[in-house]
Ligand binder design. Sequence first.
Ligand code: ADP
Length: 508
Amino acid sequence: MAGDKHHSVGSESVKVDTNSIKMTTIASFAIFAIVLITLFWCLFNYFIGSYYQTLRTQEVIRTASMLETQYNENRSSFDEYALQTADANGIYIRIDSGESTLMYDGTSALKSSSEFSNDIDNIKRKLDRSPLGSVMQTEIGSGKGNDSRLLYGSHLNTPNESSVMYIIAPLYPDQATIKILRNMLIYISVIVMAIAFILAFALSRRIAAPIENITKSATELSKGNYNVKFDGAQFTETKELARALNKASYEMEKTDFYQREIIANVSHDLKTPLTMIRSYAEKIIDISGDNPEKRNSDLHIIISETERLNRLVTDMMSVSNLQSNNVELHKETFDLVRAAEEVYESFMVLSDSEGFEMLFHPCKASYVIGDRSRIMQVMSNFVSNAVKYSGENKYIDIQLVRRGKIVAFHCIDHGVGIPSDEISHVWDKYYRTSANHERGIEGTGLGLAIAKGILNLHNAAYGADSEEGKGSDFWFEMETVKKPSSKSKGPKETQGKSGNTDSIPDEK
Ligand code: ADP
């Protein structure tokens, strides 16, 4: 990581970042290796004796049983077999029958054969007292512990004679073997430590590298360089992180672009009426002040520009109130079809004056719960947009469609349409499609943002389907309720935050 080490100027002191991936990985591997090595040594030092004893005991019991079988079944070759077994296992074997005593000594380290006689007497006594056919005991050596032995005695089940077999097995591995094992363990420890460090170093570099890359790219992005690409290398997690950051950077670039556009558009929208007001006021002072007719006409222009400014500022306030949920809804049950018809009628005047052909397709009466005037404001906005963006094709369809319990309002125009990559933004505040700006169509880019806020407050689904050059269909859907009985027309239900009743103008 970039912050792994801090070189302080003027001194050689180096500060290691213990929280870095590299240091954490190396420390984890080192701890793992140390625990493993300590375990090896503990096992070696403390358990090798008892482990060896357990193995030896099992081996002696197995050997005794094989010797017994051999003795009973193949007496002629028993001598050779017993000698080999004694040598191979490093044990002392003695068989006392009534007539003879057979001895096979495969131990070289401990005592001379004659010195085992005490042990033999010892087992014999135990065997005589024991109800079982065999006895086994461990004799701890008096010296440094390297002459401990395992004593074993058992009656041989021979048919004609009574014989006893004794086995004496030294219990401690000899010092040479222990030295070899210890040396091996030292090598193993060194190798394990070395492998752990190499692995830790390699792994930490591989893991840290993509994160360092991503950090570098993020620093670039924070400086406003949107061309930067995040690379997550081969790990799934870092790849996912890089993908998410690439997406975030793309969105940031887009937002940045739109914000700059918005500021340009809003300043333009505010500046135009202000310039007009100033120019006409100057004109009145300089030219038309003495001519009442011209002066009045100029003053009317000033008034209409002030109204335009007022509308813009009111819309701005509406959007901000809707976004902060600071609005009051006057909910009631009303017939959406009738409300739509009223909106249609208010626009009918255009049919005559501006040559629009507007058609209304109602469905059966459909009652919904909501703020009637605000829902009418949404419908008016859709229709006024259809009028504004109709272009040459001045044919507009207002449809109400009933599907089960849902009633949908559609405002369909056959005008300029919206490019597919811009359609998701038309509901954003201050957004105006690029084409409309070029055409110089007047607007604030706030109408649909206000509609969106109102529809969201009503939990209504809404959307826009459009094809550039062919027209658009702006729609919303509401759930219907039963027609209210004429008696139950009580006071209107009020919902939402209080204190701001004039936040939304009646019409855009
Ligand atoms: P405006 O005041 O600009 O009309 P709106 O929020 O009502 O603001 O609409 C946002 C933008 O969506 C408009 O500027 C226009 O580009 C686009 N738009 C809205 N309705 C239509 C439509 N019926 N046809 C084409 N474009 C539309």
